[in-house]
Design a binder for this molecule. Structure first.
Ligand code: AMP
Ligand code: MG
Length: 415
């Protein structure tokens, strides 16, 4: 049967997903130790109550002094004090220097540091003296108070996902705990009577369930608490029961397979019976069929449903583009796709599809892109070989040397 429905552009589909997700946005907030906050999404800005660094300090081992006291190379200065990191010295008297070590607070009155390689320590009374063999510029080797963070400024913003360096920045302003959103709860199931789990011998006609592993890992990488409902048989009642169970305790239900128009495709009728459903044909390749709906909860509200196509590359790519966008919208994050990079094609693609294509490609050592030879939506090898997707506009042929748009997989998987 020919499908007469108009194709929806991917941008339009993503806009509708975002609009559908916002009313269900997660509002519950948790306070967690900054140690445990990796990958969590901030529920509030992190504002700094202090300047970082809190005081001027030296970025070199050497001598703190007044630049005006060293008019010429070879000037001798009395060493009046010693300031290791973590210590505060005395105000610097004119004509003296302070021996100082990286991170040590620059004493009041000093306006430059001369690195020890440009000085000669001379023994003498007390701490001796120093011959300064280079004329310093005022301000040199001093890290200024507040040059990293100004007191009162926001160092991290609500809706930002916490990276390792973000945790470090939060700690640098003294945040021992952080206010984060509760993790999204996502349920996952695969449909398909041909599916078997690894660990069982493969019976005739069967294939191993790979989507369960890919999609579960993608949801986990996005910070979800995943309820994995396994494989649901290709029957309406079983699919309805799985949707009900999934909706009860989850924000989002992700399924794979069963969204085509074949008579063994039960996801859409099941979703209609348990809630409401938009049945889309998206103008993208791979991954044309996409179902988006809401499944009623017995108590209140609804869980969002995204039905992904069954082909392993299609479900992988539609997850990266569509499910991730919904998860970001649910968490008040910017739902836009990461920026694509303009890069040179080192291949020809003479017969493009009429739909927007996401081609599996890899960067070569010359800074160009190569294409995996088999772009079929069932060839999962392509998604492992690739380090990104070429976002190719509808009907756009590519010739060697053309500039194409490249979306790194790393940016998509961790977004
Ligand atoms: P469907 O969307 O259910 O028509 O499935 C499309 C294709 O993807 C069929 O060849 C299925 O066998 C395959 N497929 C569906 N689900 C999975 C899965 N979980 N793992 C691997 N392949 C699958
Ligand atoms: Mg199927």
């Amino acid at each position: 049967m020919k499908d007469a429905r108009a194709l929806l552009s991917l941008d339009e589909a993503l806009a509708r997903l975002v609009a559908g997700a916002w009313p269900c946005a997660i509002a519950d907030v948790e306070t967690v130790s900054t140690f445990d906050a990796l990958g969590r999404v901030l529920a509030a800005d992190v504002n700094s109550a202090l300047d970082v660094p809190p005081a001027d300090n030296t970025s070199m081992d050497g001598y703190a002094l007044r630049a005006a006291d060293v008019a010429a190379a070879g000037t001798l200065l009395q060493v009046a004090q010693r300031i290791p990191a973590g210590h505060v010295g005395q105000p610097l008297l004119p004509g003296t220097a302070a021996r100082i070590f990286t991170g040590g607070q620059v004493p009041q009155g000093a306006d430059a540091v001369v690195m020890q390689e440009e000085c000669e320590a001379l023994a003498g009374e007390g701490l001796g003296s120093v011959r300064v063999n280079a004329v310093p510029a005022a301000g040199q080797w001093i890290r200024r108070r507040g040059e990293d963070v100004r007191q009162g400024s926001a160092v991290l913003l609500r809706g930002q996902r916490l990276t390792p360096q973000g945790l470090g920045l939060a700690a640098s302003v003294g945040a021992a705990t952080l206010s984060v959103l509760r993790r999204p709860r996502a349920a996952l199931f695969s449909t398909g009577d041909e599916l078997q789990m690894p660990g069982e011998p493969l019976r005739p006609g069967a294939i191993y369930n790979s989507n369960r592993y890919t999609l579960r890992a993608l949801l986990q990488a996005a910070g979800c608490v995943v309820t994995d409902l396994g494989i649901v048989p290709d029957r309406l009642e079983a699919t309805r029961a799985a949707l009900r169970e999934a909706a009860a305790h989850n924000d989002l239900i992700v399924t794979s397979g069963g969204v085509s128009v074949g008579e063994e495709d039960h996801l859409k009728p099941a979703a209609r019976a348990e809630g409401e459903l938009d049945d889309w044909q998206v103008a993208m390749k791979p991954g044309k069929p996409l179902a988006f709906g809401r499944i009623r909860r017995s108590g209140d509200g609804a869980a969002l449903l995204i039905g992904l196509p069954g082909n392993p590359v299609s479900s992988f790519i539609t997850h990266l583009l569509a499910v991730s966008t919904v998860l970001r919208a649910l968490q008040g994050m910017d739902p836009a796709l990461p920026p694509s990079l303009p890069l040179r094609a080192d291949f020809d693609w003479p017969r493009p599809d009429r739909r927007r294509e996401f081609l599996r490609a890899r960067l070569n050592a010359e800074g160009g892109l190569e294409l995996f030879p088999n772009q079929s939506s069932g060839v999962l090898t392509s998604a492992v070989w690739a380090d990104g997707l070429i976002d190719n506009p509808p009907g756009q042929a590519i010739a060697r040397g053309d500039t194409v748009r490249f979306l790194p997989l790393a940016a998509l998987v961790s977004r």
